[in-house]
Write a protein that binds this ligand. Structure first.
Ligand SMILES: [Zn+2]
Length: 266
């Protein structure tokens, strides 16, 4: 019979697919209360979010979150890989934006780590994978992957400039968007960024050229954009610009049906 334990400890297993810098963080410990896992504080259509804390390492005592897919989410296998791939691309772009010193504060990106429950965990959680990252305070959303944006809030205009810049610096191949995160005194920490790419290489939230067009159809250059930055000549709005993150399942090439569009908020 399944027996409840007051605390369930998660330890990370090394996987060859993970990058070296993440492996170096192996000594981190995390814990989540069983209640937190049974009662996630946030959810989207496809995933749950629970709050826990670091039990060792440089972030000891600080809050963290675990995100995992609800059972039956068909694309969960690739989610972890593509999520990390999108974060890596985002880091590359954000680094270049920071170097321009357009704003006097730094933009950072939360790097999620993949964690497992060990096999000796309860049957229910054994082998379950999570993405874990530091918990974000003062959460705000600045834009989405369909062109929705909010420049009225602090940092909003700077974030629209970052998305515009991402297109320019990548030769029109990518747009970094779905910018959201925590605002702190000296920096903003982004979480869950989306990369839009011409070939839709970044998973279900990558809306491709249609997403890039939608972003620029709604973008009006503000104080932080530079006039020399390139943008599409006649961007077309393909999606209803909504605040939530829009996901489109990749269709099988032999089936010329319309992609199924689902939205989730998170
Ligand atoms: Zn602009």
């Amino acid at each position: 019979m399944f027996k409840l334990r007051p605390w369930t400890y998660i330890r990370r297993l090394v996987r060859s697919a993970l990058q070296q810098r993440q492996i170096q963080q192996l000594q981190f410990g995390l814990s989540y209360s069983y209640d937190a896992l049974k009662n996630p504080f946030a959810q989207g259509t496809f995933r749950w979010v629970a709050k826990g804390s670091y039990t060792s390492g440089p972030r000891q005592g600080q809050a963290c979150v675990a995100k995992w897919f609800k059972s039956g989410a068909v694309f969960s296998d690739t989610y972890f890989t593509l999520d990390i791939k999108a974060v890596d691309k985002s880091l590359e772009i954000v680094d270049k934006f920071n170097q321009l010193n357009i704003i006097d504060k730094a933009i950072k990106v939360n790097i999620p780590q993949v964690w497992y429950f060990k096999d000796e965990s309860s049957d229910e959680w054994s082998g379950q994978r999570f993405l874990c990252e530091p918990f974000i305070r003062n959460y705000q959303k600045f834009n989405s992957n369909t062109g929705w944006n909010d420049s009225s809030i602090a940092w909003g205009e700077a974030m629209q400039a970052l998305s515009h810049f991402s297109y320019h610096i990548t030769g029109g191949n990518y747009v970094l968007c779905d910018l959201q995160g925590g605002i702190y005194q000296r920096e903003t920490v982004l979480s869950d960024p989306v990369i839009l790419s011409r070939n839709r290489d970044y998973g279900v939230t990558d809306l491709g050229s249609a997403g890039i067009g939608s972003f620029f159809s709604q973008h009006h250059c503000g104080a932080y954009c530079r006039p020399e930055w390139t943008k599409p000549a006649k961007p077309i709005l393909h999606y209803n610009p909504v605040r939530g993150t829009t996901m489109v399942r990749h269709t099988v090439p032999t089936r010329p049906s319309r992609p199924r569009v689902t939205r989730f908020f998170g």
